[in-house]
Design a protein around this ligand. Structure first.
Ligand code: NAP
Length: 226
C-alpha cells in the first residue's frame, strides 16, 4: 500500500483545479493525480502525476479508477473540480440538450467520479471529498439566468450533504466550496480573485484533521448558507 497521501483532482490541467493540485502537491507526503482529458496539458513533477480523466465518460472514469486501484490501492482525497459553465439563458430559453450537457459534467460527473472512487476512499483512514460548487448554486441567494449551471451546482451541494451522511461511518468528510469569482477561462479576466485565492478553501478542506467539519458549504474558509 502506498505510504503517501493520495489525492485526485478532476479538471487539473488549468484554472482552479491546476492550482488546487499544485498546492496539494506542496503538502508533506502528498502524491497528486492531476485528472485531465488531455494528458499533454499536465505538467508532471515528482508529486504531480497526470491521470487521463473525462468525468462525463463512464469508460474514462472506470479506467482512471482501475489505474488508481492497481497502482496505488487507495485514495485519500478526491477534489471534484471539473466543470463547465454553459449558457446564460433562463429556464424558459435554455435548450434542454445543452442543459443536459452542463448537468452531465457538473453534477453527474461529480457523482460518477465519486461513486467510482468511494471504495478506494473507504480504504483510507482519513478520506476527504471536496466538491467545487459555486455561489451561483446557492439557494439562499438564487438569481435568474445561467439556469443549467445553477441547477447543476445546487445538485452538487445536495450530493455533498447526502454523501457526508452516507459516508460518515467510513470516516470520510465531504464538503462543498465556492471559490469566489476567479480569473480563469471560466471566470474571465476581470474577476477579482487569483487562482491561489480560489484554491485555498478547497485545499484547506482536502487536508482537514479527522475532527474537521463535514456536510458544509464554505467560502474563504467560512461556512456559508446553502
Ligand atoms: P476553467 O478554467 O474553465 O477550467 C475547467 C476545468 O474543468 C478544465 O481543466 C477543463 O478541462 C475541466 N473539465 C471540463 N469538463 C470536463 C470533463 N468532462 N472531464 C474532465 N475535465 C473537464 O474553470 P475554473 O474557473 O478553473 O473552474 C473550476 C471549478 O470552479 C468549476 O467547477 C467551476 O464551476 C468552479 N467555479 C469557478 C468560478 C470562477 O469564477 N472561475 C466561480 C465559482 C465556481 P479541459 O481543459 O479539457 O476543458
Amino acid at each position: 500500500m502506498n505510504e503517501r497521501t493520495v489525492a485526485l483532482v478532476s479538471g487539473a490541467n488549468r484554472g482552479i483545479g491546476r492550482e488546487i493540485a499544485r498546492q496539494l502537491a506542496e503538502e508533506d507526503g502528498f502524491l497528486v493525480l492531476a485528472g485531465s482529458r488531455d494528458l499533454a496539458k499536465v505538467e508532471e513533477t515528482g508529486s504531480i502525476v497526470a491521470l487521463e480523466l473525462d468525468v462525463a465518460s463512464e469508460a474514462s472514469v472506470d479506467a482512471a479508477r482501475a489505474r488508481v486501484e492497481s497502482e496505488l490501492g487507495r485514495l485519500d482525497v478526491l477534489v471534484n473540480n471539473a466543470g463547465v459553465y454553459g449558457g446564460y439563458e433562463s429556464v424558459g430559453e435554455y435548450e434542454l440538450g445543452a442543459a443536459h450537457e452542463v448537468i452531465e459534467t457538473n453534477l453527474f460527473g461529480t457523482w460518477r467520479l465519486t461513486r467510482a472512487c468511494l471504495p478506494l476512499l473507504r480504504r483510507s483512514d482519513h478520506g476527504r471529498i471536496v466538491n467545487v460548487s459555486s455561489g451561483a448554486g446557492q439557494l439562499a441567494e438564487m438569481n435568474g439566468g445561467a439556469a443549467a449551471y445553477r441547477v447543476s451546482k445546487a445538485g452538487v451541494n445536495a450530493l455533498t450533504r447526502i454523501l457526508a451522511n452516507d459516508e460518515s461511518s467510513h470516516g470520510i468528510l465531504a464538503n462543498s466550496i465556492c471559490p469566489g469569482w476567479v480569473r480563469t477561462e471560466m471566470g474571465g479576466a476581470s474577476a477579482p480573485r487569483s487562482v491561489e485565492e480560489g484554491a485555498d478553501t478547497a485545499v484547506w478542506l482536502a487536508t482537514l484533521d479527522d475532527d474537521g467539519p463535514s456536510g458544509g458549504f464554505y467560502r474563504n474558509r467560512e461556512r456559508i448558507p446553502w
